[in-house]
Design a protein around this ligand. Structure first.
Ligand code: ADP
Length: 401
């Protein structure tokens, strides 16, 4: 069975094409600048070769048509015809309260997804365009939607509700939804596979640390809390997002700076976080370099970044009344040994004992990095959201047969 996974953004289309028998990636790539000048398709072939195709790609449909053309091309393709595509899995950002797991896409599901547009006006429309394009181009191929929010739908109401008038929850669906669900689900399940333990009997804290970062508390196989909320701005300090912030400060800044919603959104989403504190970069590697060179704002931002992760880990250990596994993933979680070390070093009292040697040596690899005596097992698990989407797609389309 071969499955195409699509992640359609406002001006980009990421794709990966899987052979599910071998769980290998046959081809992957990216269509950039959809609808803009300079659009192109980058294809990474299984043999490691990268090919770039330049041409006008006016919309998502033509971008996906291009992807399908490349997959079947004699010179660069990996399949003889489109008939070899058994199913298409789509990453969908927001499933609201309507989707608590991945679903087979039908006309009714599309209508329900349209109802979630208000919750993610920038992300859900391109996701829907991808679905529409596949429906038009290869209508006989089943499609599955995999939602970033779905895994967190198991949170109890007392964890997902905000302390605002209940009527606003009813009217607009204002509550915590959480994001990165596919990643939290993948790494927590994968860690249990690695350790050969029952996923549904563990208390797990997963730290997905990338440009966007979130932490989740997973108890008995279900997400019970997560740091991102109604939008992905809440929680940890991120590359450009502020994370947790006093609402009073938001109102004060808007009043004093005389700015409206749009400017405030840009301020807290795009100009805050590591970038806002350092005024250097949103990229952790740049911030680490600057800190090494003695930049005090960079040093401060790293302390803030690590401190907030540690606070969340402590609060989730309290929320679950314990913790068996702590997992690091995402570009930072997988690759920044200093972040992991500094976060865990101050958590010894709670039973988290990182092995400094393993943490350095096994950086970037799927591995256990806690000491033999640590009460909590600490792991690095590189995330693979696309593989998770492909697996859900396989499972759901096979069940339907
Ligand atoms: P996204 O959220 O966009 O998917 P990633 O998961 O790729 O982002 O994470 C990007 C972040 O990972 C950047 O801040 C980058 O600096 C950081 N990162 C990547 N490699 C390293 C490394 N070797 N050391 C420290 N940070 C790293």
């Amino acid at each position: 069975m071969k499955i195409l996974v699509l992640n359609c953004g406002s001006s980009s289309i990421k794709f990966q094409f899987f052979n599910m028998e071998t769980q290998t990636v046959l081809a992957k790539g990216l269509v950039e600048k959809v609808g803009l000048n300079g659009s192109q398709l980058k294809l990474n072939k299984q043999n490691g070769e990268q090919v770039i195709f330049q041409g006008e790609i006016v919309d998502h449909k033509s971008g996906i048509e291009y992807v399908l053309g490349v997959l079947t091309s004699q010179k660069h393709g990996c399949i003889a015809s489109l008939n070899e595509i058994s199913a298409v899995g789509h990453r969908v950002v927001h499933g609201g309260e309507l989707f608590s797991s991945s679903v087979l896409i039908t006309q009714e599901v599309v209508s329900q997804m349209e109802k979630c547009i208000d919750l993610a006006p920038l992300h859900n429309p391109p996701n829907l365009k991808g679905i529409e394009a596949i429906t038009e181009l290869i209508p006989e191929v089943p499609q599955v939607g995999v939602f970033d929010t779905a895994f967190h739908q198991s949170m109890p109401d007392f964890a997902y509700m905000y302390g605002i008038p209940y009527a606003l929850y009813k009217k607009y669906g204002i509550r915590r939804y959480g994001f990165h669900g596919t990643s939290h689900r993948y790494v927590s399940q994968r860690a249990c596979e690695m350790l050969n333990i029952d996923f549904e009997a563990q208390k797990i804290i997963t730290c997905h640390l990338g440009n966007g970062s979130s932490i989740a508390a997973i108890q008995n196989g279900k997400s019970v809390d997560t740091s991102m909320g109604f939008t992905p701005i809440e929680g940890l300090l991120m590359g450009t997002r502020a994370g947790d912030l006093d609402i009073g400060a938001v109102l004060y800044i808007m009043e004093k700076e005389n700015i409206g919603v749009e400017s405030a959104s840009a301020l807290f989403n795009k100009h805050s976080g590591l970038l806002g504190i350092t005024n250097i970069s949103s990229d952790l590697r740049d911030v680490l370099n600057a800190a090494q060179n003695g930049n005090q704002q960079a040093v401060l931002s790293l302390k803030m970044f690590n401190y907030r992760i540690r606070k969340y880990i402590g609060s989730y250990a309290a929320a679950m009344n314990g913790c068996d596994l702590l997992i690091f993933t995402g570009g930072i979680g997988e690759n920044s040994k200093s972040t992991r070390l500094e976060v865990c070093n101050d958590l010894k009292w709670l039973g988290f004992e990182i092995d400094e040697g393993k943490n350095a040596r096994l950086n970037g690899t799927e591995s256990v990095i806690s000491t033999a005596n640590s009460k909590v097992k600490i792991l690095i698990v590189p995330t693979d959201e696309e593989l998770m989407i492909a697996r859900d797609t396989q499972k759901i389309t096979q069940e339907k047969r």
